[in-house]
Design a protein around this ligand. Structure first.
Ligand SMILES: Nc1nc2c(ncn2[C@@H]2O[C@H](COP(=O)(O)OP(=O)(O)OP(=O)(O)O)[C@@H](O)[C@H]2O)c(=O)[nH]1
Ligand SMILES: [Mg+2]
Length: 291
């Protein structure tokens, strides 16, 4: 009730009026409330003074004001809903999804690519998914990627699947210090291929800075990638090792399939902007995020 003007609130019921009527004291009340009041009283409910008569007139001006007020509230609610439902532009680049078990470092990889650093304070488990655009320059070709970071926790599995749709490439991430996550990567791959047969896949061994605690043999992972027609790379979001190379590998595979859509007008404008950032920062491509 806090944002409702006092003149819209019935002094009898303290509720927002919908059908206001004016009494002989010159004040407006909710029609049903004042009608009931007048059955038992000759006094104004506001002033306590005797009323000259019990006739009521409809308060059209006030009713219009109430309607306008409601319309404004509806519009505001609609706008909030629209903002909440806002999704990234559909042609923001070739869709790349980051998949893998919980805690393997997907978000940290995206953060490394987006911000160029690693959060020592740790990251929160991803709920739902976040989205980031990234341009990769390969010689005189630019590839625009829309990278989707998904949630690895089992309870979000069916939700994560919804993000397979339209993906051109997938980075299947496992943690080289945790063999279970490598088995998890196999399952993710199987699941992905059952939905998207022709997707570019890169098998990514993360946290290679922790090589002393390695549980997944590099040769075994490379073998799996070979068998599956995928690329294999080990990287570290913490130290920044091979992170740019990961997205270059993905881009190269996409280009090899003739999939870069760098000539589209939207992409061209974005890539030009990305190249400007690259030139300014002295590194490949630019990133932006619209989570
Ligand atoms: N040493 C080391 N730790 C890392 C690296 N990348 C991520 N981590 C740590 O691993 C933990 C999990 O990282 P996240 O990036 O949140 O993992 P995730 O795959 O996004 O997890 P979910 O969102 O739950 O699926 C965090 O504590 C990170 O700090 C890395 O390259 N090296
Ligand atoms: Mg995450």
């Amino acid at each position: 009730m806090a944002d409702v003007p006092p003149s819209f609130v019935c002094p009898l019921t303290l509720e927002l009026m919908s059908d206001p009527a004016t009494a002989a004291d010159g004040h407006s009340y909710e029609m049903s409330a004042i009608t009931q009041w007048l059955r038992t009283s000759n006094l104004s409910p506001l002033t306590g003074e005797p009323l000259a008569h019990k006739n009521l007139t409809r308060s059209h001006a006030l009713r219009n004001a109430i309607e306008e007020f409601h319309a404004g509230q509806r519009k505001q609610a609609q706008r909030i809903k629209q903002l909440q439902q806002r999704v990234p532009a559909p042609h923001a680049g070739l869709k790349v999804i980051l998949l893998g078990d919980a805690n393997v470092g997907k978000t940290s990889l995206l953060h490394r690519v987006k911000e160029g650093n690693f959060s020592e304070a740790g990251t929160q488990p991803t709920i739902g998914c976040s989205f980031c655009t990234h341009s990769v320059v390969l010689g005189d070709t630019s590839v625009s990627l829309a990278i989707w970071d998904t949630a690895g926790q089992e309870k979000y599995r069916s939700f994560t699947r919804q993000y397979y749709r339209g993906a051109s490439a997938a980075a299947l991430v496992y943690d080289i210090t945790n063999h279970e996550t490598f088995e998890g990567a196999r399952r993710w791959l199987k699941d992905l291929r059952s939905e998207l047969e022709d997707v570019v896949v890169v098998l990514v061994g993360s946290k290679c800075d922790l090589w002393e605690s390695r549980q997944v043999d590099k040769a075994v992972a490379s073998q799996l990638a070979d068998t599956e027609g995928a690329e294999h790379i080990e990287c570290s979001a913490k130290e920044g090792t091979n992170v740019d190379e990961l997205f270059e590998t993905i881009s190269r595979s996409l280009v090899a399939r003739g999939l870069q859509d760098a000539d589209g007008p939207w992409n061209k404008a974005r890539l030009d902007a990305g190249n400007l950032i690259a030139a300014r920062d002295g590194k490949h491509g630019g990133t932006s995020c619209c989570q």
